[in-house]
Write a protein that binds this ligand. Structure first.
Ligand SMILES: Nc1ncnc2c1ncn2[C@@H]1O[C@H](COP(=O)(O)OP(=O)(O)OP(=O)(O)O)[C@@H](O)[C@H]1O
Ligand SMILES: [Mg+2]
Length: 405
């Protein structure tokens, strides 16, 4: 066993994950409470029984919009009794809370969405606000959750990750970055807000732009954008180096690349110069906004993945190969988190067996148990997970409740 493998082996003796999960008015669940152990958890049930909803709820214990990228207002439980013209949402909308263990230390964390009525002269209506709670203390900073809990997910929607537009790939990469750089979630949200403001200002200007105001926004966008690009580069370099040193024995070797103007410039120029360049670039691209053309920058960067041995871009690989490439990335990220962050992420694997051959499915399951991970695994077919007998908790979903098998 080499040094790196020994370190991972040592660190996986400390375990992290969810020990109790409580959902309130969350999609199909009026209320659900699960006591879970720090091991694989296999949840089976028919289509529509609520498997993915449980994984999504856990994903809301991390910053962002969960594994479906859902609108907060779609998650509140709809029941026949509360649908209709007279339905008035109550103040508390939905909530997910959990007792989690981080290397043996226990914490209560949770997130809730509250509805509130805002009455303004021009705008009034019901708004949603997401709050987080850590050991009873309310916080509006979602990124704080990252100090206690981390989750990586793989969903059937991600089977198309390499084939469609670049936005989901960027979000996937940005989530990998969050764990190592807690401010990254905030930075990407701030950049998005600035971009919208900048875009609207130009669109609504009728040719009379307030130059000073625009320049101020562009300066902030450039600073934030360069920090985003640098953090992405750092994470890609970390994962590539890890994969180079510790190639997996079953899942394919991947090479990760970043295709973005700002990210590429950072390879040769100091950050301050790239920031100046980005500011000038934004000013010169104001016309593109008026012509409805794409504006280049960190908002357009793409995350490229290659199947190293075959020298094949991921988008040209088969469906099962693409899933295996994603699993390679997720395993490398998990091991890097264990090594450098000192606590393991929880894996949320929705219908993970689909498209994997028997050898790969079994390899993945044994890697999860070897690494001592808590992995929430869903399937319509419990027979695929027979090898986890005595190593995992098995639940079956029926009529919105969970029965331990
Ligand atoms: N806001 C909501 N209120 C009530 N029910 C909802 C809400 N949003 C989604 N649902 C319902 O929750 C149910 C379970 O959905 P989920 O995606 O968890 O099922 P699943 O077990 O993963 O199914 P599949 O095997 O098809 O993936 C669905 O019937 C869906 O319509
Ligand atoms: Mg599902």
């Amino acid at each position: 066993m080499n040094n790196l493998a020994q370190d991972i082996d040592f660190l996986t003796q400390k375990k992290s994950g969810v020990k109790r999960l409580t959902l309130t008015d969350y999609r199909n669940y009026a209320s659900l409470r699960i006591s879970s152990e720090l091991c694989p958890i296999v949840i089976t049930g028919d289509n529509g029984s609520g498997k993915t909803n449980i994984l999504e709820a856990i994903s809301f214990l991390t910053p962002g919009r969960g594994l479906r990228g859902a609108r907060l207002s779609d998650i509140r439980r709809i029941s026949p009794a509360i649908v209709g013209d007279d339905y008035i949402p109550s103040n508390a909308s939905w909530a997910v809370s959990a007792m989690i263990s981080k290397n043996g230390e226990e914490f209560e964390i949770g997130t809730a969405v509250e509805n509130f009525l805002k009455e303004d002269n021009d705008e009034s209506g019901i708004y949603n606000k997401r709050i987080v709670k850590i050991d009873g203390q309310r916080s509006s900073v979602q990124a704080e959750l990252g100090n206690y809990f981390s989750a990586i997910w793989l969903t059937p929607q991600m089977d198309r990750l390499f084939r469609g537009g670049s936005q989901p790939r960027r979000s996937f990469l940005d989530r990998l970055v969050y764990t190592f750089d807690n401010d990254h979630a905030k930075r990407t949200a701030v950049f998005e807000g600035l971009y919208k403001q900048w875009y609207q200002l130009i669109r609504n200007s009728n040719g009379k732009v307030d130059k000073l105001w625009l320049e101020g926004i562009e300066e902030n966008m450039a600073a934030m954008g360069v920090a985003i690009a640098a953090a992405r580069r750092e994470q890609i370099a970390r994962l590539n180096a890890f994969i180079e040193n510790e190639p997996d024995d079953v899942f394919p070797d991947v090479e990760l690349q970043l295709d973005g103007t700002i990210e590429k410039m950072l390879a040769t120029l100091p950050a301050v110069d790239v920031e100046d360049f980005y500011m000038q670039k934004l000013a010169s691209e104001r016309n593109k906004v008026l012509c409805n053309e794409n504006v280049d920058g960190v908002n357009r960067a793409d995350f490229k993945v290659f199947y190293k041995k075959k020298n094949m871009p991921a988008e040209l690989c088969s469906t099962g190969e693409q899933k295996s490439l994603l699993i390679s990335i997720i395993l490398a990220q998990t091991k890097c988190q264990i090594l450098y962050q000192d606590f393991s992420p929880v894996l949320l694997l929705d219908e993970v067996a689909a498209h994997l051959d028997d050898i790969k499915r079994e390899a993945l399951l044994s890697k999860i148990t070897d690494l001592g991970l808590q992995a929430w695994i869903t399937s319509t077919n419990p027979e695929l997970f027979g090898s986890l007998k005595n190593k995992a908790q098995f639940f079956e979903l029926k009529n919105n409740s969970l029965l331990e098998k």
